[in-house]
Design a protein around this ligand. Structure first.
Ligand code: SF4
Length: 358
């Protein structure tokens, strides 16, 4: 379907101004969708959706205080802390994910940052998962330069670390680390030669200007994230954000569309919060340029659409999963990208999505 994809495209921009992004948000929805869909077609086949599976390899007990997160140990959310899974357990889940049609397998650990002793264990998981022919992604918290290089050496393709929200709203959500800490981790990931997966969460009580601010921060990074997970807050009882006013679904669609326009070549992922979306809302998001989802029945403590519903939706919309593009260490000419969201997911037995996923 490469007929949709043109090489005659404007250069990627890293100088987006807040007013420009707000002006896009302010467009009539049909005009905004048209612009976003046009950008989408220049770079991607709009019938293809990249499918990732996320597994929580270490759940709960996190010392951080992210106000949306049920894994923070300081909030009483009913999440039981679990130790790091064994490589064998992870491998079994990865095999299951591959059989279900996932092209990328993301491993998430609820850490502030990994300790030195954790790195060899995670590196072993990465090597084993990669040997299955899956792309690998990890989200382990803040990374030092040394740890980033060690994970890269183990074969890690992508690292997820979200900016979460606009710089000026960040202090309302997290107090245990700074925005700059996040930027530093992303710099270490890029410097180590890995691809970045970086997005945020909307519906946390931020303003439209702050949603534009998140997208501005993402688009003006030194390199656009290869993947941009846009999470819609899943309100979990016991977290400080439980009870926040719900975001208008059309505002979520607008956020997806502006992300697509600002970061034309990135994979824009529907992540947490998809279970609460109607099929029609998800379809609007695909029209707005979303081209990646998490696939699986459970996003850690919060639900994800069951696999049967996803299969039916793909069939009704004529979508198919994007094939995995396995990269060797000397091939830097890929066009697709990474995976993960803010919450960590678990998978259960699931039937394969139809299509040509590896
Ligand atoms: S989002 Fe990550 S860092 Fe923040 S509390 Fe949850 S697990 Fe910890």
């Amino acid at each position: 379907m490469s007929a949709h994809i043109s090489n005659d495209t404007p250069a990627l921009r890293h100088d987006w101004r807040r007013e420009e992004l707000l002006a896009l948000f302010d467009l009539p929805l049909p005009e905004l969708l048209h612009r976003a869909a046009s950008v989408h077609r220049r770079h991607f086949d709009p019938a293809e959706v990249q499918v990732s599976t996320l597994l929580s390899v270490k759940t709960g007990g996190c010392p951080e205080d992210c106000a949306y997160c049920p894994q923070a140990q300081r909030y009483d959310t009913g999440v039981n802390a679990q130790k790091l899974m064994s490589t064998e357990q992870v491998l079994a889940k990865a095999q299951q994910a591959k059989a279900a049609g996932a092209s990328r397998f993301c491993m998430g650990a609820a850490w502030r940052s990994p300790k030195d002793r954790d790195i060899p264990k995670v590196a072993e998981m990465i090597r084993e998962v990669k040997a299955l022919g899956l792309e690998t992604c990890a989200t382990l918290g803040m990374l030092s330069s040394e740890h980033a290089h060690a994970l890269k050496d183990a074969g890690l393709d992508y690292y997820n670390h979200n900016l979460d929200t606009a710089p000026e709203f960040y202090g309302d959500i997290i107090h245990t680390r700074e925005y700059q800490d996040r930027l530093d981790t992303l710099g270490h990931v890029r410097d180590a030669g890995m691809k970045t997966c970086c997005g945020g969460i909307v519906g946390m009580g931020e303003s439209r200007e702050q949603r534009a601010g998140l997208l501005q921060a993402l688009a003006n990074l030194p390199a656009h994230p290869d993947s941009v997970p846009i999470n819609r807050l899943v309100q979990v009882a016991g977290t400080p954000l439980h009870g926040t006013a719900e975001l208008d679904p059309f505002e979520f669609v607008r956020t997806i569309a502006v992300a697509r326009i600002a970061m034309p070549k990135s994979m824009v992922r529907l992540s947490a919060g998809r279970e609460g979306m109607s099929d029609e809302l998800q379809a609007l998001c695909f029209l707005a340029g979303a081209n990646s989802i998490f696939y699986g029945e459970k996003l850690l403590t919060t639900g994800n659409p069951d696999t049967g519903r996803d299969q039916a939706l793909f069939a009704r919309l004529g979508l198919r999963p994007m094939a995995v593009q396995v990269e060797n260490s000397h091939d830097h000419h890929r066009t697709d990208a990474p995976g993960s969201g803010t919450v960590h997911a678990d998978i259960t037995a699931s039937a394969p999505l139809r299509g040509r996923a590896a």
